[in-house]
Design a protein around this ligand. Structure first.
Ligand code: PLP
Length: 338
């Protein structure tokens, strides 16, 4: 897992979903009442904020429009105004919106303020699909799990941990037992887990790492970027709007598509599921009914994307939207020429 996270340090593996790995990042590094800075980039950032609040942390949640990632300038201003912040939480790829935050720029913004806060990053839907560099970007804890770019069923949670985060774990006072990094790292050194390991998924992980290695991570990232570009070309040619607004932040792993106000995105999804047996992502939280999400991550190729977009185009037409049928052509020409 080290090359996938871009770290030379050990990666903690839990039998858990991503939510468990979120909790682990917080309880290992923080104490009751600690101030945390987080950003409302979408549904998952909001859930992570809620979880932090439930643990007794004091979260400053900077409002957002769910169409942009974390703004490094706003982050720097918020940190400068609040020296008590102990950790900054950022969701790298917001799975609810298809917007990716720029972690390297965020790191630079933190460094320029000279603020000592830890940087905790959720890479649940970016790891293994989008370029990610835990060590180089100075991330203190990277949270991820098995069921997205790692091509596996749900059930493995991960924390990649910096030296600074391990030091913070020595004085952190939030209650922790199952999530405690220290007994896990200690047992791992001897080839063991402190409790029953998810053996079946570890065998699966070995295989998915071999699959990623065979294609080459750089090629995997390029494939996701192309599929994102082709999908956005289709959406725009259909005359619809991509939810993500900043060219630098479009997600390579999924595209959220806004439907015109007079249509219900969930009815379009239901029609496509019924007619073509294809499941699109629903609009989450405040985007319910307003967007559908086209996933193009993981075990996916040019023809699976072409088929997906064909299903969406037919579904949109059947749902009564007047879409330009040039959408598929626009996507195919991106695939042909890149
Ligand atoms: N973070 C992000 C960005 C996610 O997309 C998800 C789930 O989709 C989670 C966290 C929560 O992970 P899980 O549902 O595995 O607990």
């Amino acid at each position: 897992m080290k090359p996938v996270f871009g770290t030379i340090r050990p990666v903690v593996v839990y039998p858990s979903s991503g939510t468990g790995a979120w909790e682990a990042a917080l309880v290992n590094t923080l104490s009751p009442g600690d101030r945390v800075l987080a950003f409302e980039t979408g549904h998952f950032a909001t859930l992570w904020r809620d979880l932090a609040g439930n643990l007794g942390l004091d979260v400053n949640f900077v409002p957002g429009d769910w169409r942009h990632g974390v703004d490094p300038v706003v982050l720097a201003e918020s940190l400068a105004a609040d020296p008590s912040v102990k950790a900054v939480c950022v969701v790298h790829n917001e799975t609810s919106t298809g917007v990716t935050s720029r972690i390297a720029e965020i790191r630079r913004a933190i460094d320029e303020t000279g603020h000592p806060a830890l940087l905790l990053v959720d890479a649940v839907s970016s790891l293994g699909s989008v370029d990610y560099r835990h060590d180089e970007w100075g991330v203190d804890v990277t949270v991820s799990c098995s069921q997205k770019g790692l091509l596996l069923p749900p059930g493995l949670g991960f924390n990649a941990v910096s030296e600074k985060a391990l030091r913070a774990a020595e004085s952190a006072r939030l209650p922790r037992s199952y999530w405690d990094w220290r007994p896990i790292l200690e047992a791992n050194e001897r080839g063991y887990f402190p409790y029953t390991p998810p053996t079946n998924l570890l065998y699966g992980l070995r295989e998915s790492l071999a699959v990623l290695d065979e294609e080459g991570l750089a090629n995997v990232f390029a494939r996701h970027r192309r599929h994102g570009e082709a999908t956005r070309a289709a959406v725009r040619a259909w005359g619809l709007e991509v939810l993500s607004l900043d060219e630098r932040e479009h997600s390579p792993v999924l595209t959220a598509v806004l439907v015109p106000a007079e249509h219900d995105a969930d009815k379009i999804r239901a029609l496509i599921l019924d007619r073509f047996n294809m499941s699109l992502g629903t609009g989450l939280g405040r985007l319910a009914g307003r967007v559908f999400r086209i996933g193009h991550l993981g075990h996916f190729n040019d023809l699976s994307l072409a088929g997906t977009l064909a299903g969406v185009q037919m579904g949109l037409a059947l749902a009564g939207l007047s879409v330009d049928r040039g959408g598929i052509d626009a996507a195919l020409s991106v695939l042909e020429t890149t």
